[in-house]
Design a protein around this ligand. Structure first.
Ligand SMILES: Nc1ncnc2c1ncn2[C@@H]1O[C@H](COP(=O)(O)OP(=O)(O)O)[C@@H](O)[C@H]1O
Ligand SMILES: CC(=O)N[C@@H](CCC(=O)OP(=O)(O)O)C(=O)O
Length: 305
């Protein structure tokens, strides 16, 4: 058996750079100590296993620095793959998956089953205590059917679009989350809601994360995705946006597809009392740590810095 090569001794400059980074982090550690940060981990950001491990490490690091993290995850691409395997067609309207009876069963299976447990296992492996939940546990996320309408450009008539079992979280009951946080357990939540009639709803994971962030009075909502943040029409990153500018990006078509529910979520979270919401690139190693503990942050911040 060969012995591993000894790690190279860092140079003086490398030591100094590390020391500077740590001392820069100190005011941010103080600022966030005891606060709740909701992190939405998107299906696209999940990528490969090493990304997942780094994400889990960052969540455990946050916890050890005295922050109370709540993880809400997506899994859109993974639901898409399963639907494809089963030869079920899937279409999106404004970033929301039209969800019939069969699709909602598959969405629940993929989100609350495999993905939720994978993330829980990764966090536990990284040294944390994580527990997996869906919005059905303890009626955590109560949802109602989403209604959408669109103006037909030819007839100029407003048409109602039926999205099926797509839910809007109208009430979040955070009691269970508070109990878990008090016990130093990290909640990992699948974006599935329960209707008043017991119906299961498929909720866009950004929307679910925003509603949870407002309900637990989170200081920050971090939405991890597969782009650097909100890009302008020239594809340049917008580091900060006012609430008005963010709304404009939706209205003038700068944001399309999955970016629409993401920005809408940020606006709703900020209106609901969250200080700021940040859209950032989950593929960048340690994006969460960079956002929370460095001066420049990462991604696009909407709200109060
Ligand atoms: N202005 C924009 N800036 C950045 N991304 C945008 C913009 N408009 C649309 N998008 C799209 O939104 C996608 C992110 O949404 P989505 O695919 O739902 O991510 P996730 O699965 O992480 O929730 C990006 O990959 C990009 O294709
Ligand atoms: C209604 C709706 O669109 N639900 C989403 C839920 C998962 C999700 O949002 O995952 P990402 O964050 O990875 O996109 C879906 O079915 O894809």
């Amino acid at each position: 058996m060969s012995t591993p090569a000894p790690a190279a001794t860092p140079s003086r400059e490398e030591w100094l750079a590390k020391a500077r980074t740590l001392s820069e982090a100190l005011p941010f550690m103080r600022r966030y100590a005891g606060k709740t940060v909701v992190v939405k981990y998107g299906g696209h950001a999940m990528g490969d296993e090493s990304l997942g491990r780094r994400f889990a490490n960052d969540i455990v690091l946050m916890k050890q620095m005295g922050i109370s993290p709540v993880v809400v995850h997506g899994g859109g691409p993974q639901i898409g793959q399963m639907l494809e395997r089963l030869k079920i067609k899937s279409e999106f309207v404004d970033g929301l998956r039209v969800t019939d009876k069969e699709t909602v069963e598959i969405a629940e299976m993929v989100l609350s089953g495999s993905i939720n447990k994978q993330i829980v296992a990764l966090i536990n492996d990284a040294g944390g205590d994580a527990v997996g939940l869906s919005g059905k546990d303890d009626d955590l996320i109560e949802a109602r059917k989403v209604t959408r309408s669109k103006r037909d450009p030819d007839s100029n008539i407003e048409k109602v679009i039926d999205l099926g079992f797509v839910g809007d979280p109208f009430r979040v009951n955070p009691g269970l989350l508070h109990k878990l946080q008090q016990a130093d357990i990290i909640p990992v939540i699948a974006p599935i809601g329960i209707g008043e009639d017991g119906q299961t709803y498929n909720i866009n994971a950004d929307t679910a994360a925003g509603a949870i962030a407002a309900a637990v009075n989170a200081t920050r909502l971090l939405l991890l995705t597969d782009v650097a943040g909100v890009l302008d029409k020239q594809k340049r990153l917008i580091p900060e946006m006012s609430v008005d500018a963010a709304q404009r990006a939706i209205d003038d078509g700068t944001a399309t597809g999955g970016m629409i529910p993401k920005i809408e979520t940020c606006l709703r979270a900020v209106a609901g009392g969250v200080e700021a919401a940040v859209i950032l690139d989950g593929r960048v190693p340690h994006a969460i740590v960079l956002e929370l503990f460095t001066e420049g942050g990462a991604g696009t911040l909407i709200g109060r810095k």
